[in-house]
Design a protein around this ligand. Structure first.
Ligand code: AHR
Length: 521
């Protein structure tokens, strides 16, 4: 028998083996102590960030339909999507890529739209890129939804001068030629530029570089990214591909003092042997439910190991670790352009999101931004659109339930998890994350990964009195691959959840394959 104790540092020592030996239908049970007397780091709202790339219908159709569209819009941005994103309180959006950013020349996306050059989106389907959505359109969109802008600049085919000019164009408040050009193009005041990415996946589509070369090139290029003192962006160094810890070692050893943040990308796939065979987004067997959730939980080890390397060079934790591309990546949907990365989003995706966000909460002292890939119509999307129709995905609903964790104070949770086993795949059946929200209330996220058995979870709060009520919401469905469609948009959506309060304990009976978020009044 092994035991899981989740603390501020997610100390997973072992499992309590109760699954497998029991009838499939019997619920497992566990007790949780929330340590309100041991508050941890602030959970940056920016770990709820999103990523929007010029890829498939991610920008064109998904966000931008143009002012003349029949689809209701505000200055070209579709109203339904904007409203949905506002409700989600999206803190930050990364744009324009991804691999698209590695070939993006910002000057082609400013000025009169009809005069902008048409390029080929070489990475994503070879389709025409009209450059209609450029710097002004993105930064105005970010303002419209109330999000901070994270501009990801081209260190692949671009130059240091081009990168420097982009930062100046956005931020200059004087009469420089670039500031005047911005004004001529319709924007009088500079925009705020909180985050500036130098390079993207420079180990791959961003230039196929060796890290030794990239560390020097990063030092070189970032030198010229300048902005007024009151609008100076956090400079994000393009970092490792998944578990390439050597990349982090060299980048930190060679360039730590030149970066404010360091990025890591990792995608969750059900099958990991071959990139060409990832597994489908729907109609999958239970084995792929289990492997997907287990692979999502790998983010815990991954980020800890990158953080440990960063600790060697930056023990004060000045540099943020940004998980600025994460999420599920499945096989292309039959009948759709494989270069567009459109995939369905099921209940399984919402559990991937819950487990990942819980990992990020636990590592909040170092991980200060994450950007789910992607916002609309691409990979683990929040929103799917089909011409004038729009649906919210299970992942969208999960992010909605987790809003109280934005900028909340992490509270360690101690518990012994039963295990969920499918064949050789074993993972914790229960995961828990708690925080004291900015509203002063304690919020608790409970995840039951087992698709066959309920979980009875008894929670105590150490160090806080609370005899008030408890409210809750649950996200679950009948099938593992339950999803929303344009004909049936509400198959998966949050419902009210009743937990009982007995003395100083809260008892929650989670259905199989579910996420519950409780708020203690
Ligand atoms: O999100 C899709 C792609 O995944 C991005 O363009 C790239 O950075 C990553 O490999």
């Amino acid at each position: 028998m092994r035991t899981i104790i989740a603390t501020a540092m997610w100390v997973a020592t072992s499992f309590l083996g109760v699954a497998g030996a029991h009838a499939q239908s019997s619920a497992v049970s566990t007790s949780v102590t929330i340590r309100a007397d041991q508050p941890g780091a602030t959970i940056s709202r920016n770990i709820y960030g999103q990523f929007a790339e010029h890829l498939g219908a991610g920008i064109y159709e998904g966000i931008w339909v143009g002012e003349d569209s029949q689809i209701p819009n505000t200055r070209g941005y579709r109203n339904d999507v904007v409203e949905a994103l506002k409700k989600l309180k999206v803190p930050v959006v990364r744009w324009p890529g991804g691999c698209f950013a590695d070939e993006y020349h910002w000057r082609e996306g400013i000025g009169p739209r009809e005069q902008r050059p048409i390029k080929v989106n070489t990475h994503w389907g070879g389709v025409e890129e009209p450059n209609t959505f450029g710097t002004h359109e993105f930064l105005d969109f970010a303002e419209l939804i109330g999000a901070d802008a994270y501009v990801s600049a081209n260190a692949g085919s671009g130059t240091a001068q081009e990168m420097a000019d982009w930062a100046e164009y956005i931020t200059a408040d004087n009469n420089s030629s670039l500031a005047q050009l911005r004004r001529k193009n319709g924007r009088e005041k500079p925009w705020r530029l909180p985050f500036f990415g130098v390079g993207n996946e420079t180990w791959g589509c961003g230039g196929n570089m060796r890290v030794e070369y990239w560390a020097d090139l990063y030092r070189h290029m970032q030198t010229f990214v300048k902005a007024p003192a009151d609008n100076r962006p956090i400079k994000v160094a393009s970092g490792a591909n998944g578990d390439d810890y050597h990349w982090t070692e060299v980048m930190l050893a060679q360039a730590a003092k030149f970066m404010d943040a360091y990025s890591v990308h990792y995608y969750t796939r059900p099958r990991q042997e071959k990139w060409e065979d990832k597994g489908p987004s729907t109609g999958f067997p239970e084995a792929e439910w289990a492997s997907t959730l287990k692979n999502a939980l790998f983010a815990d080890e991954l980020l800890k190991r990158h953080s440990a390397i960063m600790d060697k060079y930056d023990p004060q934790k000045r540099i943020g670790l940004y998980f600025d591309e994460w999420g599920t990546w499945y096989d292309p949907e039959p009948g759709r352009n494989p270069g567009f990365l459109w995939q369905q989003n099921t209940l399984r995706d919402s559990l991937v999101a819950a487990l990942t966000l819980n990992v990020l909460h636990r590592q909040a002292d170092r991980v200060r931004m994450a950007n789910i890939a992607q916002m609309v119509n691409v990979l683990q999307a929040m929103i799917l659109t089909d011409r004038q129709k729009m649906i919210l995905t299970p992942t969208y609903h999960l992010f909605g339930m987790y809003i109280p964790f934005q900028d909340a104070t992490f509270l360690p949770a101690e518990f012994k998890s039963p295990e969920y086993r499918n064949g050789d795949t074993v993972l914790p059946a229960v995961d828990v994350s708690a925080a004291r929200g900015k509203d002063g209330k304690i919020h608790i996220a409970l995840v039951n990964t087992d698709p066959n058995r309920g979980a009875a979870i008894t929670t105590k709060i150490a160090g806080a009195k609370g005899k008030g009520g408890v409210t809750g919401r649950v996200l679950t469905a009948a099938a593992m691959d339950a999803h929303n469609t344009f004909d049936k948009p509400n198959v998966v959506q949050p419902a009210a959840f009743k937990a009982q309060r007995k003395g100083d304990e809260v008892i929650a009976n989670l259905p199989p394959k579910s996420v519950v978020v409780l708020t203690l009044e």
